[in-house]
Design a binder for this molecule. Structure first.
Ligand code: SAM
Ligand code: SF4
Length: 471
């Protein structure tokens, strides 16, 4: 299959950033589907369970507790969950035969949306809990030991962040920090406001403290996360309300911070101070994920996006004036109810005008309970697929062109892991491109300079120039 832009942030992933722990009494196996927010949540869940003696294992068969951290954004989420639960049942039975017990928990947005229904369809599940309750995991696990089918889909009054322990071991030099959660925008296609709840920003000081602890552990790249991260409005210790730009500026003051990224942004929350932060803060990477969803004004209105294509294009122009090498990534939905061929053409036209370095694109999927799912004029699956293919071809061309434009230049690369071939390492460019270089394993975790020799659809090949940051 032709390589191209990813259609899902982290497609059906089992998160391999969770390394098995040594010397722990009980074994925890986690599978994480969906966005980076879920990856962050899984890391924090394992932090919450560590004091109870749970250490991570990659092997579901030997686990005492399995947590499936689910995503509900597109269809087949529930089917995928139930098929995985069926597979795990065998491990549960084997464990029981040997006198042990494997507890099964479902977390994340499918858990929030389906609640009791999960226990009804899969009685082998011990615990179902939503994204806002995982700080209560110790007591929920305790309850699930004694009672069958514990369900907790509350939106508690307290913020989970106030009750989480400090993060445990950090793997790698790049870390996620969740700063904002939930959403009040209610795009008519989206489940997030229902599964993650209202928009909340974490206060400034705990965020800065978390960043400092990560830097103390060797992290050099901070990825700020939120469903609408640029809507961030956290309260400082003196009671002032800080924007995301101000938070980024404060984080960048520590010279150990080499790279800052943030995701996901909404066009309506892209304020001038954040645009200027791209101009003024060297550590802020020149890459912006700014979903627009559609290039057609009637469709944008039906989606309740509350911005027009002109607003979006003006914003891009402003950003590129402030930061000429800024690369853009986006999200697109094709086949929203009522989308005509001319609406779709408007989306292609917007892509041509804006120019993307990468993009995530999806066929519209009716999510139960969302306003758009009840609209007439649902688009036939074959039409959606055909539009998706055309849109992706256009974005692939742009992505290839963007990658080609880096050939001959020297880029900073944060080396992350070994490549497929012996002697190769893979890292990330400032624009999130994968860069492959020949380098010794000892350079994993270092920021190096690489001259780019060749570009492919999804990666760059480079030659190591020098280690520019060793620590
Ligand atoms: N807050 C971000 C924004 O406003 O653009 C998006 C966050 S959403 C979790 C991630 C992406 O999933 C969306 O940008 C959208 O493209 C896609 N998505 C959400 N609901 C969808 C649906 N019902 N069908 C297809 N794609 C969907
Ligand atoms: Fe969903 Fe983003 Fe719209 Fe909020 S702004 S409803 S998260 S697509």
């Amino acid at each position: 299959m032709k390589p191209g832009p990813k259609r899902c942030y982290i497609p059906g992933m089992t998160d391999d950033t969770h390394k098995p722990a040594q010397n722990t009494v009980k074994k925890l196996h986690m599978q994480t589907w969906g966005c980076q927010m879920n990856v962050y949540d899984s890391q924090r869940m394992s932090d919450v369970l560590a004091p109870l003696g749970y250490g991570l294992t990659d092997d579901a068969a030997e686990a005492d507790l399995v947590i499936l951290n689910t995503c509900h954004i597109r269809e087949k989420a529930a089917e995928k969950l139930y098929s995985e639960l069926g597979r795990l049942k065998e491990h549960q039975q084997n464990k029981a035969k040997n006198g042990g017990r494997m507890m099964l928990a479902v977390a994340g947005c499918v858990a929030q949306a389906e609640g009791e229904e999960i226990i009804r369809r899969a009685p082998n599940v011990d615990l179902v809990f939503g994204p806002q309750t995982y700080h209560q995991l110790p007591e929920m696990v305790g309850r699930a030991m004694r009672e069958s089918g514990v369900v907790n889909t509350d939106f508690p009054a307290e913020s989970k962040f106030d009750f989480l322990p400090e993060e445990q071991a950090v793997t790698g030099r790049s870390a996620f920090v969740s700063v904002q959660e939930g959403c009040d925008k209610f795009c008519t296609f989206c489940v997030v406001p229902y599964t993650r709840g209202a928009e909340v920003s974490r206060p400034v000081q705990p965020v800065l403290d978390e960043v400092t602890r990560l830097l103390d552990k060797g992290v050099i790249e901070i990825n700020l996360l939120g469903q609408n991260v640029n809507a961030y409005h956290g309260t400082s210790a003196t009671g002032e309300v800080w924007s995301l730009a101000r938070l980024i500026e404060a984080i960048a003051k520590d010279s150990r911070v080499k790279r800052i990224r943030y995701t996901t942004s909404h066009p309506r929350d892209m304020q001038d101070d954040l645009i200027m932060a791209h101009r003024d803060i060297p550590a802020l990477m020149p890459y912006l994920h700014l979903p627009v969803q559609s290039g057609s004004n009637p469709i944008l209105a039906a989606m309740n996006r509350k911005h027009t294509r002109e607003d979006y294009l003006r914003l891009i122009e402003k950003l590129r004036t402030a930061k000429p090498d800024l690369a853009l990534s986006g999200d697109f939905i094709v086949g929203f109810p009522g989308e005509r061929e001319e609406d779709f053409q408007q989306t292609l036209d917007l892509i041509m005008q804006a120019g993307y370095a990468s993009a995530f694109s999806f066929a519209y999927s009716a999510r139960p309970g969302t306003p758009a799912s009840g609209l007439g004029q649902q688009i036939a699956p074959e039409v959606k697929e055909e539009r998706l293919r055309r849109l992706q071809e256009l974005v692939w061309r742009q992505q290839r062109h963007f990658n080609q434009s880096k050939v001959g230049s020297t880029l900073s690369v944060l080396l992350e892991k070994e490549g497929r071939k012996p002697g190769q390492l893979i890292g990330k460019s400032p624009w999130l491109q994968s860069v492959v270089v020949e380098a010794p394993v000892s350079l994993i975790g270092q920021l190096v300079e690489a001259r780019i020799d060749a570009a492919y659809d999804n990666s760059l090949m480079g030659t190591l120039c020098s280690a520019i940051q060793a620590a």
